[in-house]
Design a protein around this ligand. Structure first.
Ligand code: PXL
Length: 271
């Protein structure tokens, strides 16, 4: 069995975070493990307001010890880290255990949580983890934060941002325009390998039930790498996977709905 790990937050509602990651790993036929950085909860009596409870440092270190030293992985991803010590510990373990297939999802905001998480923490993620990443997977907002460019609203600006982010150390930069670019008829993402750009297009899925899309997409890329795919092949398969997942999104309640990572089984992921 091929092993893979996520260093991420738990989303108690199950659509994002490590829950989305583990569901995705399962669909790829992998053995998934998780080191929990924070626990995110949502309040049904207060408009689904998010709260984030960090795991304490010793508990996080012990989990990383279990996963990376005790077992070992073919690939890993990180999601919401939540604290400076989680950033440091992720760096320490990914480096010490020479995890080559590391996918950095620079989670800066939860859909529904509104404002960006701590900007200084975002800088620490960029400084400490970008240089380790085989692939970094920002959405447009995160690409703006990582590149320092404002208003990324076109494929040209996405390219400019990708060059800057690539310059900070990630081998591949995958910027997810998704459904967020103005006047688009297709969901458009961009992959940059340090030299060339590849544009990836698929059906534009207009849905509110897209909670966890970023987590699922980066988990699928890491899963593809764990299975031995090249980065371009893993990204392209992940794009098909997330499109299927979003087409099958569904509501959990009046506030939120996730995609469905098992949707490809009745779709055409591999065709
Ligand atoms: O979708 C971003 C995200 C990542 N990780 C956790 C989350 C969320 C959003 O809710 O809860 C744990």
């Amino acid at each position: 069995m091929i092993k893979i790990a996520t260093i991420a937050g738990s989303d108690a509602s199950g659509g994002a975070g490590l829950e989305a990651d583990l569901k995705t790993f399962e669909e790829y036929g992998l053995y998934g493990m998780a080191a929990v950085t924070v626990i995110a909860t949502m309040d049904p009596d207060n408009n689904w307001a998010h709260k984030v409870f960090p795991t304490d440092e010793a508990a996080l270190r012990a989990q990383l010890e279990t996963v990376f030293k005790g077992v070992g992985v073919s690939a890993a991803k990180s999601g919401m880290l939540g604290t400076f010590y989680a950033v440091e510990l992720a760096r320490e373990y990914l480096t010490a255990h020479k995890v080559a297939n590391y996918v950095l999802d620079p989670v800066m905001v939860c859909k529904g949580a509104g404002e960006a998480l701590n900007p200084e923490l975002n800088s620490a993620v960029a400084e400490k983890l970008l240089p380790l990443a085989e692939v970094v997977t920002p959405n447009l907002f995160e690409a703006e934060q990582l590149s320092g460019l404002g208003g990324i609203d076109s494929p040209e600006k996405m390219k400019e941002a990708a060059r800057i982010i690539g310059g900070k150390g990630a081998r591949y930069v995958f910027i997810k325009g998704g459904a967020k670019l103005p006047n688009q008829s297709r969901a458009l993402d961009l992959l940059y390998d340090g030299k060339d750009f590849t544009t990836l297009e698929d059906d534009l899925v207009k849905t509110s039930w897209n909670h966890g899309a970023g987590c699922t997409s980066s988990a699928a890329i890491a899963a593809g790498l764990a299975r031995g795919l090249s980065v371009p092949a893993a990204v392209s398969l992940a794009k098909k996977f997330i499109t299927q997942s979003l087409k099958a999104g569904f509501p959990l309640n009046r506030w939120v709905g996730p995609g469905n990572p098992s949707a490809w089984r009745s779709g055409n992921l591999f065709s």
